[in-house]
Design a binder for this molecule. Structure first.
Ligand SMILES: [Zn+2]
Length: 479
């Protein structure tokens, strides 16, 4: 910004120069003298503007200074330092940007130049609640069981607000009651849907709740149990001719499935286990297993609990909510594993380990493989996800150095193909880029049973840092 005094002189200079050349020289001298004088003049006053502001926590506001000498001339190019007398409430940057940290004030912001200072007052207020989201948004609870709801309280920018009071209510307290902390208890099934409301500062969010006698996933599985038994019987019979080396185990499955009382044993004996997991988009996804023998209960239950650990990791890595509303595991009905997507058939762990050698894949890795097929058809891409999930669940680290299960991988071999080539790429481009690649690949739907298309290969090359692009381009040809 030009200084006021200089601007005046210049204006006169322009208007005079044609008619009065000698005067121009005089003015030039005056200008240069006054310029010299200003360099030496000292700051007499510091004015901070605005003089006071009120900001919300997390917001920022720019303050300016006007520096003047004793004659009222505005001075520029002088160093100004800033300070806040209460940095727990608001901080100020070296350029005069004030940021609200916590509720409070008024506090004083001081700008100092050449031992002179000016001040402004700042109040910091809490942001008002703009919206309330109830988590899960849609849920089921068993009669006599509890389900914890939570509320995300957001300001107008979508920033989460903490320490706000929330009042919970149920639209039908005969069917479901809710505590002051959002814990719902199912009292009676068969009623209409109950609306759960969370209210904070006049804003509210809702969720729909059903109270049921059986977990919803299990209701679906029991409804399909007769079909499942007859399908599994056919499936195992079809395996028998092609797999004479495991005929004994297959025949045991066939005999079990052929029993006319099997259906009633499963339903009357409650041969099921169910849990649920909250997806990134607030849905309650049911995880259920049904199994044909009571002695499978603990291993089958473990499959559901492992799935519950893997699913949030998978959602995060894929940057995509789980694509289905429910997840079903038919446990122990068939030899081998089948499915993918949200409905899978898992061989029971005992039979699997009895018929395979010590170099077998961990049972849980196979489960994670089948869950991963919910997103991706392509087999190599799914094997990588299986490896990633198994290690994330067991080491909680995305770093290959600390992984304990590598699917026979040896790093950087030129001969690496499929999953091993993907593990090389993972190390070349890093976890974040790999995650972005999988999000893009999910949208491209690479199918099962074919090599990766050129378009899919390009996804990895595009995301690779320049220094490793050529290496990645060579590796993608091996997938
Ligand atoms: Zn597969």
């Amino acid at each position: 910004m030009p200084e006021v005094a200089e601007g005046y002189s210049y204006g006169i200079f322009i208007s005079c120069r044609k008619k009065h050349f000698p005067q121009v020289l005089i003015f030039l001298i005056i200008i240069s003298i006054s310029a010299c004088e200003k360099k030496e003049s000292h700051v007499a006053t510091v004015t901070v503007s605005p003089a006071s502001v009120t900001i919300e926590i997390g917001d920022s506001s720019q303050f300016e200074t006007i520096l003047q000498d004793a004659s009222g001339n505005v001075l520029t190019d002088r160093t100004v330092s800033w300070s806040s007398d209460n940095e727990t409430v608001a901080t100020v940057s070296s350029s005069g940007v004030v940021t609200g940290i916590s509720e409070g004030g008024p506090l004083t912001i001081t700008a100092t130049s050449e031992a002179k200072s000016g001040t402004a007052r700042v109040m910091v207020t809490i942001a008002p609640v703009a919206s309330v989201l109830v988590i899960p948004s849609n849920a089921n609870v068993l009669v006599g069981k509890d389900l914890q709801f939570s509320a995300a309280i957001l300001d107008a920018r979508g920033v989460s607000l903490t320490d706000r009071q929330v009042v919970w209510s149920s639209s039908n307290t005969d069917i479901a009651e809710i505590s002051g902390s959002g814990l719902v208890t199912g009292l009676e099934s068969g009623g209409p849907v109950v609306t759960i409301t969370a209210m904070s500062e006049g804003k509210s969010g809702i969720a729909q709740l059903m109270v049921v006698d059986l977990p919803v996933g299990v209701i679906w599985m029991f409804g399909n149990l007769k079909d499942q038994i007859s399908w599994a019987l056919d499936y195992n019979q079809g395996l028998l001719d092609r797999n004479p080396h495991i005929a004994t185990q297959i025949e045991a499955k066939i005999e079990m499935l052929d029993s006319p009382t099997l259906f009633n044993e499963i339903t009357d004996g409650s041969y099921y286990y169910a849990d649920d997991v909250i997806s990134v988009d607030r849905r309650q996804i049911s995880l259920s297993t049904v199994f044909p023998q009571d002695n499978m209960r603990s291993d089958a239950s473990q499959s559901v609990l492992s799935s519950k650990l893997a699913m949030p990791l998978l959602e995060e890595f894929m940057s995509t909510p789980f694509p289905y509303a429910d997840f079903y595991i038919w446990y122990g009905f068939i030899m081998g594993n089948l499915g993918g997507g949200y409905r899978i058939n898992m061989e029971d762990q005992e039979t699997y380990e009895a018929r395979t050698g010590p170099d077998r894949l961990p049972y849980e890795a196979i489960l994670f493989h089948e869950i991963s097929h919910s997103y991706i058809g392509n087999e190599s891409l799914t094997q990588f996800l299986e490896t990633y999930l198994y290690n994330m669940v067991h080491t909680n680290s995305p770093d290959v150095e600390s992984w304990i299960y590598m699917r026979g991988y040896t790093a950087w071999e030129d001969s690496n193909t499929g999953c091993s080539a993907l593990l090389d790429i993972y190390q070349l481009i890093g976890n974040d880029n790999m995650s972005k690649a999988y999000k893009a690949l999910y949208l491209l739907s690479p199918p099962y049973g074919t090599p990766l298309s050129k378009e899919c290969q390009q996804v990895f090359i595009d995301l690779a840092p320049t220094a490793v692009k050529n290496q990645v381009a060579a590796k993608v040809l091996k997938i």
